[in-house]
Design a protein around this ligand. Sequence first.
Ligand code: PAF
Length: 282
Amino acid sequence: MKIVRTIDEIRNQVKSWRKEGLTVGFVPTMGYLHEGHASLIRKSSEQNDRTVVSVFVNPMQFGVNEDLDSYPRDIEHDSEVVEESGGDIIFNPEPEEMYKSGFSSFVDMTVLTEELCGLSRPVHFRGVCTVVTKLFNIVKPDRAYFGQKDAQQLAVIKHMVSDLNMDIEIIGCPIVREESGLAKSSRNTYLSDKERESALILSKTIFMGMDMVRNGEKDCKKILDAMKKNIESEPLAKIDYVKIVDLNTMQQIDTLDRPALCAMAVYIGKTRLIDNFFTEQV
Ligand code: PAF
């Protein structure tokens, strides 16, 4: 698998594909790739002639007390996953390549980011929007692929692309779960065996919420109370948030009378995990 580290190299590669008339798909990641990423890469390679995967742990989207330094990294393993999933090249820049000294321009979004992860992680989406804009400008793909596990991120990126007239199709792909139900995440690697067991409370609670919606419950408070009670029954779990929001505005709603997102962030020990479902998909 070809790994390039500079902006010039990846640009030249994409330019030469463009000259041949090839389409380009893009999967932005922070590495430590798992089956969720592999599903995005596979989708991209089905829909495009060439697929670029970026592996870049973006310092700008981490808050001061977050896990930037301990975020797992394994480029050799990533390279195997990209190869097996049909990707063509990895763009793996150093932070200094992405953020030259004097860097001072940011992409900030004033809607969609006040609730959920935006509330708990105030600098997060500014960092995500800025780096994704940079990556889009560098790679210039036809299509870009994002997982639905980061549902708010997906909504934010779609909105940004529309607001800023970026000529890129954004494709959201379903959550990939382990057999146990646990949503795949690079952060699962932080969990001890005991914590991994406890972490099942997230997916169990998601499935429980889905059942309530499937059975016709429309009262968000009833759904959320039942979900919170379930999470609180797990001693190692500490709720950051469990909320139901309008899918288009990411603002909390009381009644399920429109397309909505039910999303949670829960600490299992020190590890913050997220999971969600779209009420329209149950
Ligand atoms: O979802 C992620 O892994 C990151 O937020 C992204 C989109 C690669 C930007 O750093």
